[in-house]
Write a new protein. Structure first.
Length: 259
């Protein structure tokens, strides 16, 4: 202000509490407060719009994962007073449309392995989802044991890399094919589609495996009979596991390398 050609000659006081300095400070504070109010208003409007947006399947998935076992929701809201990640027992969730509403599939991690919620957890989670859901939306909440995967494979192998049991000749692994089956199933996204061709390619990619032939690949869930997979399969529980010793049959056949 002292540099102004009109005001400069009038503002001769060098005091830190000169009236012109005080007015400058007051105006600056007012501008800062006004800008802060504008920023808060923008954030409030954005939050309101986000809260009013139609709830998608992803919204239900995120709500499922936000469930905290042993905690009550803030009254008349769909949120918790505090966030406790150690109480968030839903590690995986999927929401799919069914004829009469939505199906929510969930699973937890037990020792690093996918597993269903315990009975008390499932009861509490179902009650929670009924509170946070949209009005009149029917939910089918499930958390089951993994689907059972059964496979009969013929493995044509390079005898310079593997022996007749499928073990590596260099001693780096005794069950590379079995390990590849487990790895492939574990790598599927939760509620992801199992594609038979992808599975065969993954096994064929094991070093030492020349050709993988799927003689019979099957799956089931609950107590239903096994059904053959000829193209693809969607796990009912959202994930699959294979009992390597009981449900995986491997025939190792020597084959010359394919060039």
């Amino acid at each position: 202000m002292q540099a102004d050609t009109v005001l400069g000659p009038q503002l001769t006081s060098t005091s830190s509490v000169a009236i012109w300095r005080l007015w400058t400070y007051v105006i600056a504070v007012c501008q800062y407060v006004l800008e802060s109010l504008f920023d808060a208003h923008v954030a409030e409007v954005a939050a309101t719009i986000a809260g009013m947006a139609p709830h998608t399947l992803l919204w239900y998935v995120n709500k499922a994962k936000a469930f905290q076992y042993g905690y009550a929701l803030v009254p008349d809201t769909d949120t918790y007073a505090v966030t406790d990640t150690t109480a968030q027992v839903v590690s995986y969730a999927a929401a799919t449309e069914v004829n009469n509403g939505l199906r929510i599939k969930v699973a937890t991690l037990s020792g690093g392995v996918l597993a269903p919620l315990s009975a008390p957890q499932h009861t509490a989670f179902t009650a929670y989802m009924k509170l946070v859901r949209d009005a009149c939306v029917r939910l089918q909440v499930t958390s089951g044991n993994s689907d059972r995967f059964v496979a009969d494979l013929s493995i044509y192998y390079d005898p310079l890399a593997l022996d007749a049991t499928g073990a590596r000749l260099d001693g780096t692994g005794n069950t590379p094919v079995q390990d590849a089956v487990t790895t492939f199933l574990d790598s599927l996204p939760f509620n992801g589609l199992f594609v038979l061709n992808y599975f065969i390619n993954a096994i064929a990619a094991v070093p030492g495996v020349v050709i993988c032939k799927a003689n019979n690949v099957q799956a089931t869930y609950a107590a239903l009979p096994l059904s053959s997979i000829t193209l693809e399969y969607l796990p009912d529980a959202g994930y699959m596991t294979c009992n390597i010793s009981a449900d995986l049959t491997l025939a190792f056949i020597p084959h010359s390398p394919v060039h």
